[in-house]
Design a protein around this ligand. Structure first.
Ligand code: WT7
Length: 595
């Protein structure tokens, strides 16, 4: 066997920011952090909110919670203050761990400011976290390299003064916003050893929020035994893991893909992997492939939206790098169009790598439908067959199982170890969302086709959910953010095809009397959505809609709106539209606001 390491290769936003963290060093950091949390009163069963960029301290914080049997609730650092507040309140988190600020490519994100805003909002609603622990990341340069292995060398990009003073200013406010504490100060004082808390296999490991069709996010709960077993096993087989591999999943830990295949799956297998803080286009569009060569990555896992984005720049930024180490290329998050699949296979993988198109969900914990590399004959765009122990079925509207070639609702007939156990604090919602429509089955919410060879092809969501760049959003949450604006009486949001994002948001808004539709208004609406939900929910199109097509019972007909958005006059059956003149009016009003 060739030399192999047990570690994370950490690659920062800047290519020069690199560190290696061995398993031994990680263990010490995790123990110290567990001791820190324990000192702040965190016990088994408590909830800890984590709002951080992709830095080693994020992994340390989540594992420290796990060590104590406390539930981590990680909120993606691209979410707004309001979203963070909502999630802290929903599971009454005792403590928040965050970061001063960070760069995403060239964009500076003032994370602590957003965290403070969220904590202020929590307080307004009568809830106060015990304390807020802040990792000095952008301000790290001031600390020197330190002796902590998880600390990066000083960041080259200058840290603007406003950043540092911002965090210090908030420190002064500590008495009235709960206590802000510096991570590095607490970690320095903490002991290196910490006994793990013994947990039952069915004890909860973490909460991760995912969009729900009612608009209120659901706190998906995963367990210690089932989840970890499932991610460990899927990681091993789906990526054909071997000890000498270098694995790299580009997903942010703020999403389930990062939980399962940046943290728990690789670590449970003793894998060496890459932890990347940056983005695929910074400092240039060949960043991913330069990282592949730098660490000799063997197994690589990313999303169709990233592949489509990079495809636009042609083959040269890819072929400029050797990529000779690559063996398996994975994709996840949304259906991959055959064109992007072929580019991934032919250009990135130089036709020698297996592609694993993995279908799964936050709720499933790990892969459900996926090829096994080298063993499953591939078809571009198909997630192929179920993983071991997974029993899919395709149902028609009346809940009958369809055999052979068929298209309908994708469901699972029997549980698997990684299935979510409940919606945090709302078990009824768990039952209603996944098991009510077709009793006895787990309903994915996705449409699916099975071809004559038995291959499964995901056709996309069939509920009121949208998939923007692999991130699920509910139409209801975007609509409620829109109608909170004083000018908006009613709003309807539909998905619209987009060459890079897969789907983007197309919003129809009905104005209140006395308001006029203008670019200023659409800008305000976009800003409002960014503030309420986060930048990923920013609409590409906002259309003035004097009326909306509704059924006689008042239900908005999104099917018709999707067609109008695409200027497709083939509307199918419109006999149930209460006022058909609305449709004509909307076609005439297709004056689009393009982002
Ligand atoms: C939804 C789940 C699972 C991690 C990322 C998203 C869509 C996911 C695929 C795929 C077609 C896919 C589905 C699913 N999806 N992977 N390989 N092919 N569609 O997690 O936010 O819970 O979203 O993503 O629509 O239901 P999520």
């Amino acid at each position: 066997m060739t030399d192999f390491f047990l570690m994370y290769f950490r690659e920062g936003n800047e290519p020069e920011e690199t560190t290696q963290i061995t398993y031994r060093e990680l263990l010490v950091q995790v123990c110290r952090c567990s001791n820190v949390l324990q000192k702040q009163g965190i016990q088994k069963g408590d909830r800890v909110a984590i709002y951080m960029p992709m830095i080693p301290e994020l992994v340390v914080a989540m594992l420290a919670c796990a060590r104590l049997g406390a539930l981590h609730s990680i909120v993606f650092a691209g979410f707004s203050a309001e979203s963070l507040c909502e999630r802290i309140l929903d599971s009454s988190c005792s403590l928040l761990i965050t970061t001063d600020a960070f760069y995403r490519g060239e964009k500076l994100v003032n994370l602590k400011e957003l965290a403070d805003e969220a904590l202020d909002k929590c307080r307004e609603k009568g809830f106060q976290v015990r304390c807020c622990i802040v990792v000095k990341h952008l301000g790290r340069a001031e600390l020197g390299t330190g002796d902590s292995p998880s600390q990066s060398p000083p960041i080259k990009r200058p840290c603007p003064d406003v950043q540092v003073s911002l965090v210090l200013k908030n420190k002064c406010h500590c008495t009235d916003r709960g206590v802000d504490l510096w991570w590095h100060e607490l970690m320095q004082e903490a002991e290196d050893e910490c006994e793990p808390e013994w947990c039952d296999a069915e004890d909860p490991l973490f909460i991760l929020y995912t969009s729900g069709s009612t608009g209120k996010p659901k706190g998906v709960v995963h367990t210690v035994g089932g989840y970890m077993l499932y991610v460990a096993t899927t990681f091993k087989y789906v990526f054909d893991f071997h000890a000498e591999d270098v694995f790299w999943c580009t997903a942010d830990i703020g999403w389930i893909t990062g939980h399962s295949y940046v943290t728990y799956g690789p670590l449970a297998n003793g894998a060496t992997s890459v932890l990347f803080e940056g983005i695929p286009t910074y400092p240039d569009v060949s960043r991913l492939w330069s990282i592949v060569d730098k660490y000799k990555v063997t197994k690589f896992y990313t999303a169709p939206t990233a592949i489509r984005l990079l495809m636009k720049f042609g083959d040269e930024p890819v072929t400029r790098h050797s990529r000779a180490s690559l063996q398996v290329l994975g994709t996840v998050g949304e259906p991959i169009n055959p064109e992007a699949w072929l580019w991934y296979h032919q250009v990135v993988g130089a036709q020698r790598c297996s592609i694993v198109d993995t279908f799964w969900q936050t709720e499933t914990g790990g892969h459900m439908l996926t090829p096994l590399p080298g063993a499953t004959p591939m078809k571009p765009g198909s997630a192929t067959f179920p993983f071991f122990g997974v029993a899919p079925a395709i149902l028609n509207e009346s809940g009958e199982e369809l055999e052979g070639e068929a298209e309908g609702y994708l469901v699972f007939k029997q549980p698997w170890p990684g299935i979510m156990r409940t919606v945090y604090g709302n078990h009824e919602r768990f039952e209603a969302t996944y098991f009510k429509k077709f009793p006895g089955y787990y309903v994915t919410g996705d449409g699916c086709r099975r071809d004559q060879d038995g291959y499964y092809w995901i056709t996309g969501r069939i509920d009121d959910m949208l998939n923007v760049s692999g991130h699920l959003l509910s139409t209801a949450e975007v609509e409620s953010a829109l109608v909170e604006h004083e000018a908006i009486a009613e709003a309807a949001v539909v998905g619209h095809p987009h060459p890079v994002k897969g789907e983007c948001l197309y919003c129809f808004v009905t104005l209140c009397d006395g308001y006029t539709f203008s670019p200023t208004l659409t800008e305000e609406l976009k800003k409002q959505i960014r503030e309420k939900i986060g930048p990923i929910a920013t609409p590409d199109y906002i259309q003035n809609a004097p009326g909306l097509p509704k059924t006689r019972s008042g239900k908005i007909m999104r099917r018709v709106l999707r067609k109008i958005a695409q200027n497709d006059h083939d509307l199918g059956d419109t006999s149930t539209v209460a006022d058909p003149t609305v449709i004509c009016q909307l076609f005439n009003h297709r004056c689009l606001t393009i982002q």
